[in-house]
Design a protein. Structure first.
Length: 404
């Protein structure tokens, strides 16, 4: 049986997460690393026939200019989390990917992104022309690599929130907005999602940007027969919250306050230092507690940019809770990790699952992937264990169906 050729199109290809995704896949291909951190590499998923990470072909786009090799060495220098020998071993492979990295769309992304160093000129094409250009890039990559499938993953910097209105709830109304070139009705992430879905590519929004998969685009995915999912990859503080908050509920302990303080460097931190972009991130991080507990304790998430940390991220959480006889107690935890090294294996998992869903004829939102996201679209369950059980139920059903 011919091995399926799977392509991965990374939006924000020069960013730390994208670089780490490619370094990880290329390292696995050469036997330089293990698969720790990848859920799909564990035994329960052996029977799904997932496409091997080692065979993935990479392309993508970025609004910044630069080379993948330079970006990889910069990540190594700044983070100290990746062995420089790995970059040296795959440098030729990264150079071979470079021709497939195209100029990205800088469209209503906010000044925090458009003013970054080396960002190319803001695009002046119409909305339809922007979509057509991204579509052309995707189709050209698919043809040049002879791909059987192409999955598009949004790993770009967080955009400011888009004010959603009636046109975002109906596909026909949104098409009319595009035809009338209503630029204010969308952002860069919208253009990428539209182009991917229109091209028949499964689409993953790993960012908090709410313009990537609003209801009209989900409708379009259902009509086009394309699986999609988002928003905002769950990699650190919120991951711990979704596992820890149910403990308090199961013991009937009242959480009075839950304060989270996050410090990080890299470009993500730089962009989130801008109030408009930070608001998008806080929206997905703030909502989890109330949805798990059933009430809203005093809770604030703080995000501060600390340039010297680069790809390292630290979260300190203080939980003030009430117990029997009104006794007030507290719990604190500190989460320290490399942002990109936590995210990259999840991205590889999601690509494999997206390809599987498309192969099985599944369309629209992939609810079973809720455990991977802070704000899983179409899913009200936010407890980590229960979300993971949704994935395990899906795996069992898929194996049963495929073996029938």
């Amino acid at each position: 049986m011919k091995e399926k050729k799977l392509g991965v199109w990374l939006i924000g290809a020069l960013g730390s997460i994208s670089i780490t995704v490619m370094l990880g896949a290329l390292s696995l291909r050469k036997g330089l690393t293990g698969s720790t951190g990848m859920v799909t590499a564990t035994k329960p998923f052996d029977g799904l026939g997932l496409v091997p990470v080692e065979t993935m072909e990479f392309g993508g786009c970025d609004v910044r200019q630069g080379s993948l090799c330079e970006a990889a060495y910069q990540l190594v220098r700044e983070s100290n989390g990746i062995d420089p020998a790995i970059v040296r071993a795959v440098e030729t492979d990264l150079a071979a990917i470079q021709p497939y990295i195209h100029p990205g769309v800088a469209f209503n992304c906010g000044e925090a992104i458009t003013r970054l160093p080396s960002v190319s000129a803001v695009n002046c094409r119409s909305v339809r022309e922007e979509i057509d250009e991204v579509t052309r890039q995707l189709n050209e990559f698919r043809l040049s690599k002879g791909l059987d499938e192409l999955v598009v993953v949004n790993l770009a910097s967080t955009e400011p929130l888009l004010e959603l209105n009636e046109c975002h709830n109906d596909m026909s109304a949104f098409e009319d907005c595009i035809d009338r070139n209503c630029r204010e009705a969308l952002r860069a992430s919208t253009i990428y999602a539209y182009a991917a879905i229109q091209s028949g590519c499964p689409y993953i929004n790993f960012t908090p940007s709410n313009a990537a998969l609003f209801p009209a685009l989900v409708q379009m995915a259902e009509q086009k027969g394309v699986p999609v999912m988002g928003n905002d990859g769950k990699t650190g503080e919120t991951l711990v919250k979704s596992a820890l908050a149910p403990m308090f509920k199961s013991r009937n302990l009242e959480i009075m306050s839950w304060e989270g303080f996050n410090i990080l460097g890299n470009m993500d931190g730089q962009v989130l230092d801008h109030p408009d972009n930070k608001r998008s991130k806080l929206k997905t991080k703030d909502a989890v507690l109330a949805k798990i507990l059933g009430y809203t304790p005093h809770s604030q998430v703080h995000i501060n940019y600390v340039p010297s940390l680069a790809d390292q991220k630290t979260a300190w959480d203080f939980i003030h809770f009430k117990g029997f006889l009104g006794a007030k107690m507290s719990l604190q935890f500190v989460w320290q990790g490399y942002d990109s090294l936590l995210a990259a294996p999840l991205v590889l998992d999601l690509v494999r699952f997206a390809e599987l869903s498309h192969r099985r004829g599944e369309v629209g939102l992939m609810h079973h992937l809720a455990s991977y996201f802070k704000d899983p679209l179409g899913v009200d369950e936010h407890r980590l264990y229960e979300q993971f059980q949704m994935l395990m139920d899906y795996v069992q059903e898929a194996e049963k169906t495929d073996s029938a």
